[in-house]
Design a protein around this ligand. Structure first.
Ligand SMILES: Nc1ncnc2c1ncn2[C@@H]1O[C@H](COP(=O)(O)OP(=O)(O)OP(=O)(O)O)[C@@H](O)[C@H]1O
Ligand SMILES: [Mg+2]
Length: 284
């Protein structure tokens, strides 16, 4: 079992190495990187490349570790007990009927090894990663209500993504293999664009990429545009049939690209960029 990228997803050699290392170690792969550099998509692509089902758990600020294991639905049980006739009371008596399985439980009881994505773990509170240590390590947990021990039938391949909004605890880090997705260089970026727009004309692509890196390399930007923003922008350029000339200035100087709203997402960055263009024009 080796992951080698897919025709939808461009994986660099070090990323493939990391995926395979995590699989060998049987530890979760912790992936960090700027927003839009393909962290979430990686888990999906690995699942489809290996032909395994994908289970996703999207973490929010209110998510608790317990929700990934199971939840006991006491409210339904109470309501049923009030409404139940004789057959109904049978159901109410059995607490198992009110245990709702979480994503981890589903992954543990699956018939085949699955890929489990725990997406954006840094959105949860500080305790969240610590609360999952045992489950991630031993791949088991205890259901107190029914006195059952749930053990994974097959160890899932776990992907955990983070945008670095919070530090992760050391004890948690110890259990993971770590990979940082670096922002793609121009060559990799060209491959990524090719995956999305196989018929894009070469001159339009190189002009667009130059514009994109000009914007991205501007020092002091609050929010740098990322891969997914480049893809959106190219989609717009194609939809609006923007000619190559509109992306190139005759004098090789930086200019404000059309539909710049796809790349720059706040007014400070836009002002900064306009200033740069203005200064370059005046230096001529
Ligand atoms: N290596 C890649 N190959 C192909 N497409 C890519 C690649 N990296 C990014 N993309 C494009 O960027 C989009 C965003 O990727 P994704 O949602 O996985 O980013 P992310 O890192 O999870 O971002 P966030 O941190 O905001 O959740 C993808 O839908 C895809 O179109
Ligand atoms: Mg994501």
């Amino acid at each position: 079992m080796k992951f080698q990228g897919s025709d939808q997803y461009v994986a660099t050699a070090d990323l493939m190495l990391a995926v395979n290392a995590a699989a060998t170690l049987q530890r979760p792969l912790l992936i960090k990187g700027e927003p839009g550099t393909g962290k979430t998509m990686l888990a999906k692509e690995v699942a489809s490349a290996l032909g395994r089902p994908l289970l996703q758990w999207h973490i929010k600020s209110t998510t608790k570790a317990q929700q990934g294991l199971y939840e006991y639905d006491a409210v339904s049980r109470l309501r049923d007990s009030q409404l139940a006739g004789i057959e109904g009371s049978e159901r109410v008596r059995n607490i198992e009927n009110y245990i709702v399985k979480g994503v981890l439980w589903q992954a543990f009881e699956a018939d085949e090894p699955v890929v489990l994505l725990i997406d954006e773990i840094d959105k949860a509170d500080i305790e969240f990663p610590n609360d999952l240590l045992r489950e991630i390590d031993r791949m088991e947990f205890y259901v107190y209500e029914t006195r059952q021990l749930i053990k994974a039938r097959h160890r899932p391949l776990v992907f955990i993504t983070s945008n670095n909004e919070k530090e992760l605890p050391d004890a948690f880090l110890r259990r993971c293999f770590f990979h940082y997705i670096k922002f793609p260089d121009a060559e990799t970026m060209q491959k990524i664009v090719n995956v999305h727009f196989p018929t894009l004309k070469k001159d339009l692509l190189s002009a667009a990429l130059k514009n994109f890196y000009d914007v991205r390399n501007l020092p002091g930007l609050k929010k740098k545009p990322s891969t997914s923003e480049l893809i959106d922008w190219l989609k717009l350029l194609l939809a609006e049939d923007v000619p190559v000339d509109a992306l190139q200035s005759k004098d090789e100087k930086v200019s404000i690209p059309p539909l710049v709203g796809a790349l720059l997402k706040n007014e400070q960055d836009l002002t900064l960029f306009e200033k740069l263009v203005f200064m370059q024009r005046n230096n001529r």
